[in-house]
Design a protein around this ligand. Structure first.
Ligand SMILES: CCCCCCCC(=O)SCCNC(=O)CCNC(=O)[C@H](O)C(C)(C)COP(=O)(O)OP(=O)(O)OC[C@H]1O[C@@H](n2cnc3c(N)ncnc32)[C@H](O)[C@@H]1OP(=O)(O)O
Length: 193
């Protein structure tokens, strides 16, 4: 499978560089926001995806498909699987120490994923061109070396924390800014605010 032109790094794109203060390989990254559908612990129907720093600019993650994630009887919904890939790719921000949002995400669905399956995900940055971060991810059935069920190519775009303050609903923005833990997590990304 080949990524579309929009997801092919342009000539002159740079190799990704792991930030010197990035979490050590093997370290759990923890949620970036407690209410996040992908990783938040306070989100009852969320994915509760747990990501870990890998070597270089890579992460691994696990996500267990629950009954609340079904599309067809006993099978995970494709959009939920795409969310798991999106969240895993988003966690690469911890290693670059850059705040990013998903600009484009292309998913290939290769095998059905039954409820109760643990999907073992991995993602890595391929190249960086200015604010554009090109990355790829895969989700394997049942084990880190299991058969690939889903994969994705993505373009994330670097933004400043101001992006969220400007666009987010006021109630949640105020609550996040009043929460010292959330402010600390946001600052962990803001190397050059
Ligand atoms: C730890 C964190 C985990 C997070 C995991 C979850 C991640 C998410 O779900 S994030 C939420 C979903 N995404 C969003 O809400 C983003 C919505 N989109 C936006 O806000 C804007 O379109 C944004 C910020 C992506 C880009 O806007 P803006 O800052 O004005 O930059 P813009 O100039 O348009 O684009 C920058 C570059 O990216 C390119 N680009 C932007 N979008 C795309 C796209 N969809 N496809 C291809 N290229 C794109 C542009 O062509 C441009 O390239 P160049 O510099 O070569 O001209």
């Amino acid at each position: 499978m080949i990524a579309s032109d929009k997801l092919t790094p342009p000539p002159g794109a740079a190799e990704p560089v792991r930030h010197p203060d990035a979490p050590a390989p093997g370290q759990l990254l923890g949620p970036h926001y407690d209410q996040c559908f992908g990783c938040g612990g306070d989100q009852p129907h969320g994915l509760h995806l747990a990501a870990r720093a890998g070597e270089g600019v890579s992460v691994t993650a696990e996500f267990t498909v629950k009954a609340a994630h079904q599309g067809a009887p006993g099978l995970a919904h494709g959009g939920v699987l795409t969310s798991a890939l999106d969240e895993t790719l988003g966690a690469l921000s911890w290693l670059l120490r850059t705040i990013t949002v998903t600009g484009r995400l292309e998913t290939d669905f290769l095998r059905p994923v039954p409820v109760d399956t643990t999907l073992h995900l991995d993602a890595r940055v391929l190249a960086v061109a200015g604010r554009k971060i090109y990355s790829t991810a895969a989700g394997r059935l049942g084990a880190p070396e299991g058969p690939v069920a889903v994969r994705a190519d993505a373009l994330f775009v670097e933004v400043k924390v101001d992006h969220f303050v400007r666009h987010g609903r006021d109630r949640e923005i105020q609550a996040a800014m009043a929460d010292p833990d959330q402010v600390r997590r946001a600052r962990a990304f803001e190397v050059n605010p």
